[in-house]
Design a binder for this molecule. Structure first.
Ligand SMILES: [Zn+2]
Length: 286
């Protein structure tokens, strides 16, 4: 079965965990590492003949257009990860619209591609920010991957649909493909599709989860990771103990685990797999 591989293209100082200690005003003064990281990822994907979807931060597209062009030239899908990596539920609808328009403009300028797939920073479309989906439809987005159907301290919508589904908004429908989870006992689900789980836990946690999803539930797994997660040399800016553990543990072993994952499972782009799932109406849940 074809699974979905996605990369959230942001610098090591953009994750919400790091922003707690690194103010936005410092971003331009920090050394960039994104170009080398993306080159390594593109080489890995090329070696496995795998295409992926890259959710680009507008701020990165603005400063590193050539990096975005390399992704396009390698045949991968370009998607949008906001402009400034602000949590959606911390913005007003108007601020969210402005941030989204700015991101799309920067991504278009850098790549010549208009993104139609959106992922919110830190999966911050939750029950309190569902209004964002209507704005995304109005701004031309057809697909979204911002809702994580789990309970987490900062994000998540426990109980929401785990597989590809259509969400109706007042502005029209948008297709949602959540990050992979597996079903536990009762109503509980466990996340398996995050780069953090691949980094922090033994490889078999992710591989067994994907296998279970593909085999038992006949569903593709949507997996994501970040360029900084393969970079053992990055400056370690996160300061709290929990933030440091979440952000830097397992970074050294990550390239090897990714290599193994891409060998063991088949992956493609978000649109490829989502449209394939959409053709089977039985797979669409409301
Ligand atoms: Zn992000």
């Amino acid at each position: 079965m074809l699974n979905v591989l996605t990369v959230d293209v942001e610098e090591y100082f953009h994750p919400t965990e790091v922003q707690a200690t690194v103010n936005q005003s410092r971003w331009t003064a920090l050394p960039s590492r994104i170009d080398d990281q993306i080159s390594r990822i593109l080489d890995l994907l090329d070696s496995k003949s795998t295409k992926a979807t890259f959710f680009i931060l507008g701020w990165v597209a603005d400063r590193h257009p050539r990096t975005v062009q390399k992704i396009v030239a390698a045949g991968h899908e370009i998607a949008c990860h906001s402009y400034a990596h602000q949590l959606v539920y911390s913005l007003t609808p108007q601020e969210f619209r402005i941030d989204t328009r700015r991101a799309v403009a920067c991504i278009e300028d850098a790549s010549g591609v208009t993104p139609h797939v959106y992922r919110a920073p830190s999966y911050s479309i939750t029950k309190k920010s569902l209004w964002a989906l209507e704005i995304l439809v109005e701004e031309g987005f057809t697909h979204d991957s911002s809702i994580y159907p789990i309970a987490h301290d900062r994000y998540g919508m426990p109980g929401s649909a785990r597989f590809a589904h259509i969400i109706e908004t007042p502005a029209g429908p948008i297709k949602e493909l959540p990050i992979a989870t597996v079903k536990l006992s009762g109503d509980r689900v466990a996340p398996i599709g995050g780069g953090g789980y691949l980094r922090l836990l033994p490889y078999r946690y992710t591989s067994a989860g994907i296998r279970r999803l593909n085999r038992d539930e006949r569903q593709p797994a949507c997996v994501y990771f970040h360029p900084w997660e393969i970079d053992a040399e990055q400056p370690r800016l996160a300061s709290s103990l929990i933030a440091r553990l979440r952000t830097y543990t397992g970074v050294k072993g990550m390239p090897q685990k990714l290599d193994r994952l891409l060998t063991e499972f088949q992956f493609s782009t978000f649109s490829d797999v989502c449209d394939e799932v959409g053709r089977s109406s039985a797979a669409i849940t409301q």
